[in-house]
Design a protein around this ligand. Structure first.
Ligand SMILES: CC(C)(COP(=O)(O)OP(=O)(O)OC[C@H]1O[C@@H](n2cnc3c(N)ncnc32)[C@H](O)[C@@H]1OP(=O)(O)O)[C@@H](O)C(=O)NCCC(=O)NCCS
Length: 148
């Protein structure tokens, strides 16, 4: 089942995921966690849950007025990786974009996350720009784009 984040059910596991997968690369993730738990306005967060286990987390910045849809976080939890779930997740994100009349998706991936970069390139994204130090001093952040 894919649903929006429910803070009363998901807070603990999302906190653990932010600490495990994001903090090593981007430092303290309290703001990200708050963002996932209180998704509102243009910030929207979803999870996929099977048998009470969260399998993936997706957060989006949705700005219809400027035709801007950005994947902020796309994360398959470790136990579920390499089972085509990332593909399913991307499929959901792309359908969300289409239903909402977006014609493209943007995202950024750190040069330190080569596995995520390989995944997105394999699935039709290409690099449009590279910004030095956007999120972390001295580290390149790749800007990726996919036309739908
Ligand atoms: C990258 C990630 C999304 C891939 O999800 P996944 O469920 O493991 O991938 P899938 O099984 O759906 O793979 C889909 C395709 O991508 C390919 N792929 C997946 N991971 C890959 C990798 N590390 N390198 C190269 N190709 C990869 C698969 O081979 C598959 O190709 P195919 O369709 O030709 O068989 C997942 O591993 C992940 O979330 N990693 C952590 C990333 C992270 O930290 N994100 C936070 C920053 S936003």
């Amino acid at each position: 089942m894919i649903r929006r984040v429910k803070p009363e059910i998901d807070a603990k596991i999302l906190k653990e995921a932010a600490e495990k997968y994001l903090e090593p690369y981007y430092g303290n993730q309290n703001k990200t966690l708050e963002w996932w738990l209180e998704s509102k306005h243009y910030k929207q967060a979803f999870v996929s849950v099977i048998d009470w286990w969260i399998r993936w987390i997706l957060s989006l910045k949705v700005r219809k007025e400027i035709e801007y849809l950005k994947i902020s976080t796309l994360l398959v939890l470790e136990d579920f990786q390499w089972n085509k779930i990332g593909k399913e997740l991307l499929y959901f994100a792309e359908n969300f974009a289409r239903w909402n009349n977006f014609s493209s998706i943007k995202l950024t991936v750190s040069e330190e996350k080569q596995e995520a970069l390989a995944f997105f390139k394999k699935n039709g994204f290409y690099i449009t720009d590279i910004l030095l130090g956007k999120y972390k001093a001295g580290i390149n952040e790749n800007i990726l784009f996919k036309k739908l």
